[in-house]
Design a protein. Structure first.
Length: 307
């Protein structure tokens, strides 16, 4: 096998030495404190920002924070919005924060809200998909997870005395970027001792539903809401997006629990993973943030209309 990634021996899974080499090659590129924590701290006290954990790599630098907004209705169901499970996916983080800053409070007549805007703050700072241990947090949402990011969020969300024992909706905000193809997929193949298989990055927004609970009308409502802000990714020549069959315009499905995806952790009736494309010539960083806010609004509006 020819070398396609600078770390490790082609065809052999990474050793602990290889993983340390990968970690040593990462560098801080932006500030979690300035770009995330400061925005959370600026929110009104009614937004209930609280720390639910911290990353052991640097607990002071990487506290894990979430905002809890309680409805005036004691019987209101719970909705969860997560961003930054993959830290490099900027609009997921900033979209969740923008939702808090702009429209979150308008839903408190009928919904309780929890917003965890940056699940992977180390990944946010080094602009990477993985955590410091070469693990993908968005494949790690299962019992006894080796990912601190996933484990601590699951423990928080699982506090029945705080949130009850069921969630109605979970929107997990993501991006698909050109760097998926140039860096992250080759890195994952090298880490696992596999060949790197080239793929195509879709140009536009799409959602990932749950194979076991697809909720097609919910997904369609999100697509319709986002289309007012940015373009929807077309299927490729095989009728697929990132290798998965398109089930309706702009929608594919994954087995979320089986894959350990964040959007599968609550067992909510309505779940989706949003995907915007920040590298498109037809989109800007601001467009992508607004698309995430539109996705959250369209999803929550659909849910409230079908209670």
């Amino acid at each position: 096998m020819e070398r396609f990634y600078p770390i490790g021996i082609p065809g052999q899974p990474w050793t602990s030495t290889d993983k340390r080499a990968w970690f040593a090659s990462r560098h801080i590129q932006r500030s979690y404190a300035d770009e995330v924590l400061a925005k959370l701290e600026a929110l009104d006290d009614d937004f209930g920002v609280a720390q639910y954990g911290a990353l052991p790599i640097d607990e002071d630098r990487y506290p894990l924070l979430a905002s809890t907004l309680r409805s005036a209705d004691p019987t209101a169901p719970w909705a969860l919005i997560t961003g930054g499970v993959h830290g490099y996916e900027t609009s997921g983080v900033q979209g969740a924060l923008r939702f808090l800053q702009t429209t979150a409070s308008s839903y408190l007549d009928r919904l309780n809200l929890v917003v965890a805007p940056c699940v992977s703050p180390w990944g946010y700072e080094v602009v990477n998909r993985w955590n410091p241990n070469c693990l993908d947090p968005n494949r790690s949402f299962y019992a006894n997870s080796p990912s601190e990011e996933a484990a601590q969020l699951m423990a928080f969300i699982g506090e029945e005395e705080r949130f009850g024992d069921s969630w109605l909706v979970h929107l997990d905000l993501h991006e698909t970027t050109d760097s998926d193809e140039s860096e992250f997929r080759p890195a994952a193949a090298a880490r696992d001792g596999k060949a790197s298989e080239p793929g195509l990055i879709p140009d536009g927004f799409y959602t990932v539903g749950d194979t076991e609970n697809p909720q097609p009308e919910f997904q369609a409502a999100i697509i319709a809401g986002v289309e007012k802000v940015t373009h929807i990714a077309p299927a490729d020549d095989e009728g697929k997006i990132i290798g998965s069959a398109v089930t309706q315009r702009g929608v594919i499905n994954y087995p979320k629990v089986e894959l350990g995806l964040c959007a599968g952790m609550t067992g909510a009736r309505f779940t989706t993973t949003t995907e915007v494309y920040p590298d498109s010539p037809n989109a800007t960083d601001e467009t992508c943030i607004e698309a995430q806010v539109a996705a959250v609004g369209a999803g929550l509006d659909f849910v409230l209309a079908h209670l």
